[in-house]
Design a protein around this ligand. Structure first.
Ligand code: F6R
Length: 252
């Protein structure tokens, strides 16, 4: 089941998404949260940091597993997802460092790292709530459009486009990662709840396709239509097409 919540702007979207995470952690203080990087959840992380600082919520018993990490980047690299998470979230809340997990981009064996990560998720008892963003092409994590859904954590080759887009963040072209480790579709679909945050007009087309088009690995996020508990928090620009075509599906 999918519930789509309309927010006027990015701030309102972020507050609403933070409320869902807070409710999860209040109901189950030892929750396993699956987390994402990217621009969409930054405001939500800031709001959760504020709530934690204000004593409204504690993450002291929470465990986290992030969706993805660049292969080849150390945790200290400013473009690594570990660095992003420390800066935007972990440093702002009271979670023990040992409870936070991302794929290890420095493991010499990608295959061993993928197996380790899947075993870790299993040993935590699976994910209670998985946070997702969505790519313009419908990707979730680094699960890109393909001929089939990939179940387990896997190491993907980044497309030439993605490498090109990322190069602006790096000192030299050589530094741009060519591969990434990503949680697969199984762990995402086995999460008890999914929370997706989406903002910006440039996501409006893919948002409508993902939730109202056919379920297909050509749009990886479309598989979420088969998940029993999905909440989407989207701002007005991201919702433009969806709200016009399916007004009955939008919760205001
Ligand atoms: C990040 C991730 C990606 C992003 C997606 C949207 O960990 O898994 O799938 O969620 O690329 O990114 P933004 O939020 O920057 O538009």
């Amino acid at each position: 089941m999918i519930r789509i919540y309309y927010a006027n702007d990015y701030e309102a979207m972020s507050r609403r998404a933070a409320t869902f995470i807070a409710a999860q952690v209040l109901a189950k203080p030892d929750s396993v949260l699956g987390l994402a990087t990217g621009s969409s959840p930054v405001g939500m992380y800031a709001e959760l940091g504020r709530m934690c600082a204000a004593g409204e919520i504690t993450f002291s018993r929470v465990h986290t597993v992030n969706l993805d990490e660049y292969y080849g980047l150390s945790p200290e690299h400013p473009q690594s997802y570990r660095y992003f998470m420390e800066k935007n979230f972990f440093s702002k809340i009271d979670i023990p460092a040992a409870n936070t997990n991302l794929p290890d981009g420095k493991n010499p064996s990608p295959a061993a790292e993928c197996a380790r990560y899947d075993a870790l998720i299993e040993s935590l008892g699976g994910i209670d709530l998985q946070l997702l963003g969505i790519g313009h092409n419908g990707h979730i994590g680094f699960n890109e459009p393909a001929d089939a859904f990939v179940p387990g954590t896997n190491c993907v080759d980044l497309t030439a486009d993605t490498i090109e887009m990322n190069s602006r963040f790096f000192a030299s072209a050589d530094e741009v990662p060519k591969r990434a480790l990503t949680m697969g579709i199984r762990a995402i679909m086995q999460a008890k709840k999914i929370l997706m945050v989406v903002n910006g007009e440039n996501k409006s087309q893919i948002l409508e396709r993902a939730f109202f088009g056919p379920v297909t690995p050509a749009v990886p996020a479309s598989i979420l239509q088969l998940h029993p508990d999905v909440v989407v928090c989207a701002d007005a620009p991201a919702m433009a097409i969806l709200a016009a075509k399916h007004p009955e599906a939008v919760i205001r």
